[in-house]
Design a protein around this ligand. Sequence first.
Ligand code: FRU
Length: 624
Amino acid sequence: MKRNLIHSVLATAFIAGVTACQTTSNKLTLEHQGDTLTVVHIDHPAKYLILPIQETSNEAKVRLETGSAADCAMDVRLAVDSIDYYVPFALNGQNTVTIRRIGANALCWDSIRLSDTFDTANRDYYRPVYHHTPLYGWMNDPNGMVYKDGEYHLYFQYNPYGSKWGNMHWGHSVSRDLIHWEHLDPAIARDTLGHIFSGSTVVDKTNTAGYGANTMIALYTSASDEYGQIQCMAYSTDNGRTYTKYEKNPILTPFDGLKDFRDPKVFWYEPDKKWIMIVSADKNMRFYSSTDLKEWTYLSQFGEGYGAQPNQFECPDFIQLPVDGDKNNMKWVMIVNINPGCMFGGSATEYFVGTFDGKEFKCDTKPQVTKWLDYGKDHYAAVCISNTGDRTIALPWMSNWQYANITPIKQYRGANGLPRELSLYTKDGQTYVAANVVPEAQALRKESRTVDNFSLTDEYNVKQVTDGQNCAIELEMDITPSTAQTVGFDLMNAKGEKVKIYLDMQQKRIVMDRTESGIVELAGPNKGNYDVHVKETDDHRKTLSVNYQNDFALGTWAPLSLCEGKTYHLDIFVDKCSVEMFVDGGRIAMTNLVFPTEVYDSLRFFAEGGEAQVTHLNIHQLGL
Ligand code: FRU
């Protein structure tokens, strides 16, 4: 613990009966009032107060004082005895900030400073080359995604004040092609009603809410200990850059006082000319309807006992898709993100196929049938972009609540998986969702190499198509197992760290094994007590000290029975710390994080127990 001058001055001041102590630096005066309140006085406000962060510190309360009842404190892990990184705190022309719950002897007071700029140049080794990440801070669910006037809006659960979960805002990025993203300022900030949890955005084409035709309207959950989880609304008249919160929020509270009631997805239901909201309600999804987006009527609920157990439902979506491309045969698909319940532990995305009559959803399958949108361990909170016409495009968050807060990354935490186009296919009398990478991803290909006529025992070096620093590649190939029992490859580096991808024909599975992929003890070599954010708690802010088990070192697998042929087409995207695999046009999707300590630069193929063929091997170097 640091013992600095301020501390000793403060102690003397107390002895002398004085209650405040001031230090001045660079247009900024720190007035320590006791040991738990510091008032920061700023002579000439700059754009930001730059705050030093220590991830293991407790959260201090930092509040911009404007004199309004709407002033809201943010939870910031201010540095006590070491600094991990800095975050900017926007001053918006104000000159007073109060900081509570941190001692006057903490290290942060020495390096807190004013600045008109904040350097967002990348400092993280594992930052992906072509996946969307926030410039800094924490990101979880993509939410509120909508297409309007040529722009895809990606809003996301965002903490601008540190790279751990907290202070939920809607961060904001836009893209014209689903691949290149421009970072914008957060669109909706945490307020006195609570964190701004996940939700959705609609384009109000016919002005049902009264803010003008084509206004963008966001529906989200406000979450706080005081008011619980309640649904709120905000509208934007500047193409989604800023939102005005509805003055009569909330628009919907749970009729039974339910604690877990969140993540509203709203869509227009043309047959009844009304809006439908699907919202997660503990172990169910509830449906409501409205004509003006403000008054909501309860319709029905679905879910308890269905799919993987245990099943805390979160982040719903509800979409209609043609079966096998036949527009005369449409089915409804309920996307349900569950935490926990992933077949490999932690969080994952399942779905149910069925019918909807404007009031109730009926599932085609028995409660015990579980269908997964992705068979990896790092695919969560996947929902679709609204207003995309005939296309249905989903985007996941690429992490798992088991370890999302402790990945070996600092400046930012959280990336999105590549956008996936959803469609329905039938197999053995069942209807499944295929999730295939969007064709726009082909624009990432910078240099391509086709490899013909190689033997399965060759070690094929992919170094020529990496730049030596980044493994940002797409691998395409057709694998025909013929008589082999296993056939596949290791994507590896000189240290022998590898991701092993193979067909196991005895178990009839495709496997992605990351047990030897690099850093797999996420919490460090000695498993011990770590503060892990536990999502099952009521208010999402509690942390539990748990004996952290290694949930990372494992292989994930999917049943090959989802595919048709004797040859399997693999399309695999690697980007520094992630591997996404799409088999046979997305009949199987599998998304996993990996943390190699050196760049993967070679492919080593193998086949055991018989003959197998690998053909049409294409290696593309990818970049933006
Ligand atoms: C899913 C989730 C949502 C919630 C959000 C909070 O990951 O738990 O249910 O809205 O994260 O950040």
